[in-house]
Design a binder for this molecule. Structure first.
Ligand code: CP
Ligand code: NVA
Length: 300
């Protein structure tokens, strides 16, 4: 089988994403029926974390066990990576001892260099630039609740971060629209824009008529030094009930989590009827099981 990586959402075609959504549904249904499904027996996933995690670690580790395999957790601090071992060398060594690798790190360049030196598939578990596994689960969640995302409008309110960038790639591949509203000074980088993206100065205008409203923390991991400044700059970019009213009547609300109630989202929204954040988090498990299966075994 040809070696494939999942470093950005656009590494897979539309047909491959559609295949993954269909597989996610099947794998989720087996899990819900307590059916044993062990296609990855004797396979090992290595998970390298340079930033903290709850969902990504839980979903990959539990997912690998549920598929009959094993998972090994490495945090930079406890590994030689934390003492300056080159990422290229770490990739050579780790990829000789396991079947697939997930990496959560800082710049995309680090995971690109890791993958270029790996003998086995590498999955992006979040970088400063992208979070493709998150959007895989988010779009699957949208499909579960509302059907195909094609032709729909997603409103992104807040920081032009890794999760936002990934939505923009997904819009191009799966043919939907993203309305983006960021505070002045935090606009999209020119190279992230595409013909499926529209920018709005006013977050209410971005939310207008959207089928899905989504946001994320004002300060992502690795940018903590900017926290106080961002709290001031982002004040008007909180998704509250009034903003949800501007969207379609049956609009969904999503957040990759962890969330800060009273900052990027009001408690009444994230804990309200339109919020699907718990399904969204759970679907990380099912979508990534489909991803692991695809990267290791190809189409079933
Ligand atoms: N959404 C997400 O990736 O969460 P964690 O940081 O907990 O993994
Ligand atoms: N944008 C956030 C997502 C956390 C899952 C971060 O990078 O910290």
């Amino acid at each position: 089988m040809k070696l494939r990586h999942f470093l950005q959402f656009k590494d897979f075609s539309r047909a491959e994403h559609e295949y993954l959504f269909a597989r996610t549904k099947k794998i989720k249904s087996k899990f819900k029926k307590y059916q044993r499904y062990w296609p990855l027996e004797d396979r090992t996933l290595a998970m390298i974390f340079e930033k903290p995690s709850t969902r990504t670690r839980m979903s990959f580790e539990a997912g690998m066990h549920q598929l009959g395999g094993a998972a090994i957790y490495l945090f930079t601090r406890d590994s030689q990576l934390g003492r300056g071992e080159p990422v290229e060398d770490a990739a050579q060594v780790i990829s000789r001892m396991c079947d697939i690798i997930m990496v959560r790190t800082f710049e995309q360049d680090i995971i690109d260099r890791f993958a270029a030196n790996s003998r086995v598939p590498v999955i992006n578990g979040l970088t400063n630039e992208y979070h493709p596994c998150q959007i895989l689960a988010d779009i699957y969640t949208f499909i579960e609740h509302r059907g195909s995302i094609k032709g729909k409008t997603v409103a992104w309110i807040g920081d032009s971060n890794n999760v936002c960038n990934t939505w923009l790639q997904a819009a191009e591949i799966l043919d939907f629209k993203v309305n983006v509203s960021t505070p002045p000074g935090y606009e999209l980088e020119a190279e992230r824009k595409n013909r499926h993206v529209e920018e709005f100065k006013d977050p209410m205008a971005a939310a207008k008529g959207a089928h899905l409203v989504t946001t994320d923390v004002w300060t992502s991991m690795g940018f903590e030094a900017e926290n106080e400044e961002r709290k001031r700059d982002f004040q008007d970019w909180m998704v509250d009930a009034e903003m949800m009213k501007a969207a379609k009547k049956d609009a969904l609300f999503m957040h990759c989590l962890p969330a800060h109630r009273g900052e990027e989202v009001a408690a009444e929204v994230i804990d309200g009827k339109q919020s699907v954040v718990w399904d969204e988090a759970e679907n990380r498990l099912h979508a990534q099981k489909a991803l692991l299966e695809f990267l290791l075994l190809g189409k079933k």
